[in-house]
Design a protein around this ligand. Structure first.
Ligand code: TC6
Length: 212
């Protein structure tokens, strides 16, 4: 599920609630869609902060659901609806943002990480690809070589490394939700930030081509 709360500064706080790591179960995916729609349709709400309960942002797809066919909304349209939001959405990353959890954060317009947070795309260790936007959004954010490193090794990075790579906008040793709310307030009313296009790759003996 996802809990919806109004917080000062004309903001909505959306909290993923699926212990132990707020994985993206069918109820969480539906909860994100419902709460985002509520925030976007309320003219009093100028921005959104997205976080996970118990200071764990999100451990990714819910591996407890892997045994059966996927039900309910898929990850891709769920994340696309966040990216398309006309109000700024800021991810407050505490604990972990792994797999689909990082892909969720990448769909947000800004990312704040707690200094002890760990981020990564470990799908490869499960024989999967980060196919919920990770293979597209991460290279647009940090460039192809750095994104390929994270996607093909599945390694986790610290908040400081994520900052250096450009995955997150700011690192805090305080309450990431507070810092995210501050940022959301400061950019409310502005056009939502978009990711740069993928770089054009030039390969010897081939015409330039664009990845999309
Ligand atoms: C198109 C597809 C795109 C997306 C693909 C994906 O996201 S693929 C997924 C990508 N994500 C990953 O590969 C993340 C894999 N997980 C990890 O790396 C670690 O569990 C951790 C770093 C999240 C926490 O480490 P830690 O040493 O602090 O703790 P711990 O390890 O002891 O686990 C604690 C409890 O959490 C549970 N649980 C954990 N993850 C999930 C989950 N996704 N779901 C459900 N449950 C999960 C775990 O079973 C355990 O439950 P128990 O036994 O208490 O009932």
């Amino acid at each position: 599920m996802a809990r919806y709360t109004r917080i000062p500064g004309s903001l909505a706080l959306i909290t993923l609630t699926n212990p132990p790591v707020n994985a993206l179960s069918v109820a969480v995916r539906q909860g994100i869609i419902d709460t985002m729609s509520r925030a976007l349709s309320d003219p009093e709400v100028k921005g959104v902060v997205l976080c996970g309960e118990n200071r764990k942002f999100c451990g990714g797809a819910d591996i407890r659901e892997f045994a059966g066919p996927m039900k309910g909304p898929h990850l891709v349209p769920t994340f696309d609806s966040i990216e398309a939001a006309e109000k700024p959405v800021v991810a407050a990353i505490e604990g972990v943002a792994l797999g689909g959890g990082l892909e969720l954060a990448l769909a947000c317009h800004y990312r704040i990480a707690h200094v002890k947070a760990r981020l990564g795309l470990p799908e490869v260790t499960l024989g999967l690809l980060p196919a919920a936007g990770g293979t597209q959004r991460l290279p647009r954010l940090i460039g192809v070589p750095a994104a390929l490193d994270l996607i093909t090794t599945g390694r986790h990075v610290s908040a400081q490394e994520a900052l250096k790579l450009g995955i997150v906008d700011r690192v805090t040793d305080g309450d990431a939700r507070e810092v995210a709310a501050e940022l959301a307030r400061s950019v409310s009313g502005q056009a939502s930030r978009t990711l740069p296009p993928l770089p054009v790759l030039r390969v010897a003996h081939l015409s330039p081509f664009r990845l999309n």
